[in-house]
Structure formats: structure tokens, C-alpha cells
Ligand binder design. Structure first.
Ligand SMILES: [Mn+2]
Length: 275
């Protein structure tokens, strides 16, 4: 089903699944999407941060580039880790242009940013290493991956066939209380990918998250449930609150710390977890 204006309206029977932060945990991801509980006509949304930290970042990105497409079974949102690489890329291009202007003035040969080594992207985590190992050794060779990530939407609104409404975003999607008492504005695009679930620091009250629309529930990740809970030995499950559900199972964390990949069915709240 085609997505227009970040909106998905489901047909009868069609289920929507949201998968939390994958962070290179390709094997756990393949296990989850292979579940017989996910039907052929269901829609599966990856809520961002598929790269960095885990063992198979590059393989995971290649999978997404081959399988995620508007109108298809798999959709994906942008997380802060994808956002980071995009920003590093543009910062590098701009810096190179400045240096080249200077080089031209002084009669030196300018250097095309495409020829720079991949590590000049200064990825904050380990994604450059994964690209390097996959033979992506220059910034020019990485461009198609970066441009693909840049096309990813920041959020998706889902209306199920029974009219229940969700908004899916990597980190947060809070409305701002306007002077007339209505909740309207999204705080910022940056918050959508970066906002740290405040449950990380303290227990939220029911009113600490403001849905943009009456009854709308936010599905988000970004802050691993095991880190919020601080439980050892118990595998992660989503945190359900009145207007928001955190599905980041922290799959890159040790099993003993509760890390696993989580998929949540928005229709009936079936939870799938990697083993
Ligand atoms: Mn994140």
C-alpha cells in the first residue's frame, strides 16, 4: 500500500508490525521477520537505527536497501544513527569545498571529496569500519548508501482498519501545547530522531507525553528498555504507557542484560522477540 504524506491507512485484516532498533543485529532481524505470525500482506516498519553497534551493520543496510520500498511490505524510518552519517557527509563536503577554494587560490590541486578515505566521514560509531570491510573505501563509494538513508521518512502515521491511530517515529513525536490550549506543533525534526525517552531518567507520569491527535499512540525506540529497567536476566519487552510504547529491546546488549530484538503488532499487541 502506497504511503502518501507519511500516512498509512490499512485495509481490513492487514496487520502492521513495528520493529525496534536493530543496530546491526542482522541474524536476530532475519529470525523475527521469518516468524509465521507475520503474514504476506502485513506491513513491517523498521523504526530506525539499523546501523552501528551490532555485528552486521553493513549487511543490515544492504538488506534494507534491497527490501524497503514505499508500497511494499517493508518500510523504514530514519534514526539518529542514520542521521549522524548524513550530517557527517554534508559537513565533510562543505569542509572540502572550503579547503579546495583555498587550494585553488594558492595554485594547489583541489581534492574531490569523493576521493577522500571513508574514515574521513568520522562516523561516531563503527559504521565506517563496516563499510571499509565491505570494500567501500572512499566517500564517493559511500554516497549511494548515504543518499538512500536521506530519503527515509522521519515518521509515519498509521490508521488501522478499526480506526485506531498510531504515529511511529524513532525517538519521539511530541506535540507542543499552544497558547489556545490545543496541542499542535511538533517540537522539532531533531527531537524526532534524538529525544531521549525521559523514562531513562525518571518515571514518566501519564501526562508527560502529548500526542498530536486525540487518542494517537506513539510507537518509538531509541532508548533500550533493558537500560531503562536496569533488570538483569529478564528478556526485554515493550514499555507500554498511556500514549506511547517503547519497543527498543536493546538487541545489541548482552542476553544476560535482557537485550533482544522486539517486533510489536499494532493490531493486537502480539510481541515477537528474538531468541
Ligand atoms: Mn537511536
Amino acid at each position: 500500500m502506497e504511503i502518501k504524506d507519511n500516512e498509512l491507512h490499512c485495509k481490513d485484516e492487514q496487520k502492521v508490525w513495528a520493529i525496534g532498533d536493530i543496530h546491526g543485529c542482522y541474524d536476530q532481524f532475519v529470525e523475527i521477520i521469518g516468524s509465521p505470525q507475520i503474514g504476506d500482506d502485513d506491513v513491517v516498519v523498521l523504526i530506525g537505527d539499523i546501523i552501528d553497534r551490532g555485528p552486521n551493520s553493513f549487511k543490515m543496510l544492504e538488506w534494507a536497501m534491497n527490501n524497503v520500498n514505499n508500497g511494499g511490505k517493508y518500510l523504514m524510518l530514519r534514526g539518529n544513527h542514520e542521521q549522524n552519517i548524513i550530517e557527517d557527509f554534508y559537513a565533510l563536503v562543505e569542509q572540502r569545498e572550503r579547503k579546495n577554494r583555498y587550494k585553488i587560490k594558492t595554485g594547489e590541486e583541489p581534492v574531490d571529496y569523493k576521493d577522500l578515505p571513508i574514515y574521513d566521514l568520522r562516523c561516531n560509531y563503527d559504521f565506517c569500519e563496516y563499510m571499509d570491510r565491505a570494500g567501500i573505501i572512499t566517500v564517493g563509494m559511500a554516497e549511494k548508501y548515504i543518499w538512500w538513508m536521506e530519503e527515509l521518512p522521519l515518521y509515519l502515521r498509521v490508521t488501522l482498519s478499526d480506526k485506531r491511530k498510531y504515529v511511529l517515529a524513532h525517538a519521539w513525536f511530541e506535540g507542543e501545547l499552544m497558547p489556545d490550549g490545543k496541542v499542535r506543533k511538533i517540537i522539532s525534526d531533531e527531537n524526532i530522531v534524538w529525544h531521549r525517552d525521559m523514562n531513562f531518567y525518571h518515571n514518566l507520569t501519564e501526562d508527560d507525553y502529548r500526542p498530536m491527535e486525540e487518542g494517537e499512540i506513539l510507537i518509538h525506540g531509541h532508548t533500550p528498555v533493558p537500560i531503562i529497567r536496569g533488570h538483569y536476566g529478564e528478556l526485554a519487552n515493550p514499555i507500554f504507557r498511556k500514549h506511547s510504547i517503547n519497543i527498543d529491546g536493546g538487541c545489541f546488549l548482552e542476553k544476560g542484560y535482557g537485550g533482544r530484538l522486539i517486533a510489536l503488532c499494532l493490531n493486537d499487541y502480539t510481541i515477537l522477540g528474538s531468541t
